[in-house]
Structure formats: C-alpha cells, structure tokens
Design a protein around this ligand. Structure first.
Ligand code: PMP
Length: 458
C-alpha cells in the first residue's frame, strides 16, 4: 500500500520513504542514510528549483548539465502532452517508425556538422557511447578490418556508466566499481597539443594519442572518443588547435573521430555543438542531455554518410537497439526544444551571458587569492581552489575545498558542483536562459561562500 502523505509532514515522510526504498545514483549511501535528509525537489521555473520545504535554489548546474531551457517550460510540457495523448510510444524495431523520430532525425542532420546525416536513437548518454563503440567496431568489421577494434579514450574523460562507456571514462573511481570493464579500451593523456602536432621531444609523447597509436598499431584502433570540452573530468577546454590535430591524426591513420557531445551539444558552449568551436567534423557524435533539456530521456549517435552507407548494406538484422530508441514523446520534445533554441536565438544569448559569467569569475579571482584557473566557454565554466595558486600548492586532501564551497553555496540557495581529483574544481553550468541579474546573484553567492570557507581556515 502506498503511504498517504499530508502536506504538513511531506518532507519528513518522503525523506523516510526515500531512505528506506531508494538507492541513489552517484551518492554516498551511508552518508545519506546517516546524515540525510535528501533534498526533495517539488517544482521548478526558469533557473529556480524549489524543494518540498519551499526553499528556492538557483540551479547553477542545470541539474546534471542538461536542463538547458530551464525548468517549467510550458511549450516543452505541451509538446510532450500532445504526443503522449496521440501516440505515447511506438517501437522502432524491424522497420517500425513514427513521425517525431523521423522529423527529429531530419532536423539533427540539418544541424550537425559535415555529413553526419543519420542517427541511431538511445535513451541517454551512456547508451549513446556504448552504441558508438559497438557501431565503430561493427563498421570496421564490415570493411573487412575486424582487427580494428580498440578505442582510445582520454584521461579525465567522462563518457557514462554502462560498461563500455564506463571503461572509456578516465576517472579512476569508475574503473574500480565492481570490476566492470570491457576489453580493448586504451588510455591516452588528454590535451597534449605539441605531441599531437608531432613533437616527439615532448616528455609526454609516449602517453599522447600519437604515442599510443604508435605503440598499439593503427591497424588495431577503431576510434578515438573525445569530449570537445571535458565535463565531469573538470570542465577542461582543449588548447587551440588540439581537436584539429586529433582530426588530422584520425585521417592519417584511418581511425574514427567519435565526439562525445552529451554535455556540449545543443548550445552549451555557445555553438550548436562543441566541435563547432574548432572547425572539426567528427565521424560519429554522441548526443543526449540538451537535446530535450531533460524533459524526456533521449540520446543518439549520429554518423557520417560513409558509416551509414556501409552499415546500410549489411543484409541481416542488426542485433542492437533499445526499447526506447526513437521514443515518439521524447523525440517530440526534442523537436520542440530545438525549435525554441533556434526561434529564440538562445545561442546568441549564451554568447552574451558568457561575457557576464567570465566577468564574474574574473572578479572572484581578483578578490580571492585562492581562486585560480577560471575558464568559461558558453555557459560551461569552472574555477579552481588552491592554497597557494602561484606555487601550485593544493589544499591538504582532508580539506575538500570544492565540497566546502559547494556546500556553502547550497546553504545560500545556489547549486554548483565540486569536481577534480583533488576536489579543487567548482563547476558552473546554468540553464542557457539565465539572465545577467541571475548570473550576478550566482557570483555574489559564490563570493560569500568562498569568504565563508576562508573564514573556517583562519
Ligand atoms: N558523456 C558525457 C560527456 C556526459 O557528461 C555524460 C553524463 N554526465 C554521459 C556521457 C552519460 O550520460 P547519461 O548519464 O545520460 O548516461
């Protein structure tokens, strides 16, 4: 029987049930049960999310970098409602199809760079990356090169948690979890521009993508998976020329360039896709999150005409597909989401707001000597906390500086996120519809939170 919940006791009752029945993702279960309560969100509007206790938070992370058009968007809700009452769900297996999935595929082909004209739908980012890995291997098998099956993935990469995507993820904790990894993923060090341009005197050359290809043999490598801007690994923007250099390496060695646009896609970086910042056309592209602004679960892998045509000539059933591949309601919301992005010139707005966010971070770095390495691309940003930035001295590992600042922000009703192997990075990725005043409010809260953190250290 479901527990009856009165308005008065709502948060307490829900928290009790949550602790009893939910195992939360990416959460310390013991700490939650011992020290909870969980924060239970009840509603949202624009950049604001409101808890069951009626506390309003500025969502400075778009939740999980995905609520790009902000909360409570009526047009997205209406698009979902309308499709739900017309045809909520239809299978895409065995040639079945539906109008929203077809029209969205056409729109994606129009928006995507180069000849990335086809999409394989999934329900999210991890499924997209697992699919991309499988399709890359399948493509080479069809080309008669089945020995080309390794995937190069980068340090600090985040590609998700299904077993293939998790293996490609470059963050240590994920690899230890339940010893679940696939074979054939090799790690290269991220963002070694000189090495990738061919400078063998670079001390890290052996660990670079070039060095890795020389060691492993290009004839064994299917593709390189790469986030145009690394997200969960620390909001790491590649050096200028890096992605172009990787594209060139892929061309030289007949290796697929697989862009993971799960965070970067759909305007987050001030362009429609992250790769558009660098004039690079990938062979495959994983998309999710911002495609629906989180109003429904949807992802996909886009592929170029060569891959599509090679696979299209395979004359047997492809044994890969998800129940929710091409979900009509998710696709209808995706279509509306893109329509709004274009109609309201959201990407121009992102570029305007980028300047405000940059100004804010510069102010924080100027005011607080512990703030350093500020970076902003579109509305994807981070800064770092060092005890002594000039000498590169980090805080003692027991301090957890980013957690401290993020918690202080939360107590002041702003959601931002702690990242980094040394818990030194604070990430900011607000909804793309955020305005100047809301950015100023965010910066004010972060400013106060850093001051509060510094005060605890004195
Ligand atoms: N790739 C990237 C770059 C991501 O940031 C994420 C999620 N944060 C994923 C893949 C995995 O997506 P999902 O959680 O939807 O499976």
């Amino acid at each position: 029987m479901t527990t009856k919940i009165t308005q008065q006791s709502k948060t307490v009752e829900l928290a009790k049930l949550d602790k009893k029945h939910l195992l939360h993702p990416a959460t310390n279960p013991k700490a939650l049960i011992d020290n909870g309560p969980p924060i239970i969100f009840a509603k949202g509007k624009g950049v604001i999310v409101t808890s069951t206790d009626d506390v309003e938070y500025i969502d400075g992370m778009s939740m999980l970098w995905n609520v790009n058009l902000g909360h409570g968007n009526q047009e997205l809700a209406d698009a979902g409602n309308s499709q739900l009452s017309t045809l909520a769900y239809a299978s895409s297996f065995k040639g079945f199809s539906n109008e929203p999935s077809i029209l969205l595929a056409e729109k994606l082909a129009e928006l995507a760079p180069g000849d990335l004209n086809s999409v394989f739908y999934t329900s999210g980012g991890s499924e997209s990356n697992d699919t991309a890995i499988k399709l890359a291997r399948f493509y080479w098998e069809l080309k008669g090169k089945s020995e080309k099956r390794k995937i190069i993935a980068l340090t600090n990469a985040y590609h998700g948690v299904t077993i293939g995507a998790q293996t490609a993820t470059g963050l240590a904790a994920f690899h230890k979890f339940a010893s679940s990894n696939i074979d054939g993923v090799v790690r290269a060090k991220a963002h070694l521009l000189n090495s990738e341009l061919g400078d063998k005197s670079d001390p890290n050359y052996a660990d670079s993508i070039r060095g890795t290809i020389e060691r492993e043999g290009a004839e064994t490598i299917a593709g390189i998976i790469i986030e145009p801007v690394q997200g969960a690994g620390g909001v790491n923007i590649p050096p200028e020329g890096y992605l172009e250099a990787v594209r060139k390496i892929c061309d030289e060695h007949n290796i697929l360039f697989m862009a993971d646009e799960v965070i970067c896609g759909f305007g987050r970086t001030g362009k429609m896709f992250g790769v558009n910042n660098w004039n690079v056309v990938p062979d495959m592209m994983s998309i999710a999150k911002g495609i629906t602004s989180g109003y429904s679960q949807l992802g996909g892998v886009m592929m170029n005409d060569e891959i599509r045509e090679t696979i299209a000539n395979f004359d047997a059933v492809i044994p890969h597909g998800f129940t929710y591949s091409g979900h009509p309601t998710a696709c209808a919301i995706g279509l509306k989401n893109i329509e709004i992005l274009e109609r309201d010139n959201i990407i121009d707005h992102v570029n305007e707001m980028e300047k405000e966010l940059k100004k804010g971070l510069d102010y924080l770095a100027e005011k607080h000597s512990i703030v350093t390495n500020c970076r902003v691309i579109g509305l994807l940003a981070a800064f770092e906390l060092y005890e002594e930035p000039t000498s590169g001295k980090l805080f003692d590992p027991t301090v957890f500086p980013a957690n401290a600042v993020v918690d202080a922000c939360f107590n002041r009703q702003l959601i931002v996120r702690a990242l980094g192997a040394h818990n030194q990075i604070v990430a900011i990725a607000p909804p793309l519809i955020i305005n100047k005043e809301e950015i100023e409010k965010m910066i004010q809260i972060i400013d106060d939170s850093i001051t509060a953190f510094k005060n605890t250290r004195e």
